[in-house]
Design a protein around this ligand. Structure first.
Ligand SMILES: [Zn+2]
Length: 140
C-alpha cells in the first residue's frame, strides 16, 4: 500500500533485479522467440502460402509444422528437397531467424548501419547486403 499512498511524482522507480537499462548490451535478437520469428518470416517469404519451390505443389498439411520450423521437406509430387527459405533471399543465410526479424525491423527505422549491426549482432557488411539486396527482394 506504500506505492498507492505516494504521489506519482515522488515515486521511486527502481530497476528490478536483472533489469538492464536502455542502451545496454542486453537488447538484441535473443529477446525474440525463434519459432515465432520463423513463422513471421515464412509468411513474408511466401504470402500465397507454403509451396514446393520446384513444382509449386502446396506443402501438405502433414508437413506444415516441419515447414514452419524451417526443416527440410521432400515434395510428394516431384520428390525434390526444399525448406521454407529455398529459392528466397534468405536461402543460404547464416542468420538466425530472430536476427533476420530484428534486421528487417531496424532497417525500417532511421538508424545508422553501424547501430543496426550492433543491435542485430551482425556485421555492417551484412546490414548493407540486406538493405541493398535482401529487403528489396523480399518486398517484391
Ligand atoms: Zn515439388
Amino acid at each position: 500500500m506504500l506505492e498507492a499512498s505516494q504521489p506519482a511524482g515522488n515515486r521511486q522507480l527502481a530497476n528490478p533485479p536483472g533489469f538492464d537499462p536502455p542502451g545496454s548490451q542486453a537488447f538484441g535478437p535473443d529477446l525474440l522467440h525463434p519459432d515465432r520469428c520463423r513463422v513471421w518470416l515464412s509468411q513474408r517469404l511466401h504470402p500465397a502460402g507454403p509451396a514446393c519451390p520446384h513444382c509449386r505443389l502446396p506443402v501438405p498439411e502433414a508437413q506444415r509444422t516441419r515447414y514452419l520450423a524451417w526443416g527440410r521437406l521432400q515434395c510428394p509430387a516431384c520428390g525434390r528437397w526444399h525448406r521454407a527459405t529455398t529459392g528466397t533471399p534468405l536461402a543460404g543465410s547464416k542468420l538466425a531467424a530472430p536476427q533476420a526479424v530484428l534486421l528487417i525491423v531496424l532497417l525500417g527505422l532511421p538508424v545508422s548501419t553501424a547501430r543496426v549491426a550492433e543491435l542485430a549482432g551482425v556485421s555492417a557488411e551484412t546490414v548493407r547486403d540486406w538493405r541493398g539486396r535482401v529487403l528489396p527482394e523480399m518486398t517484391r
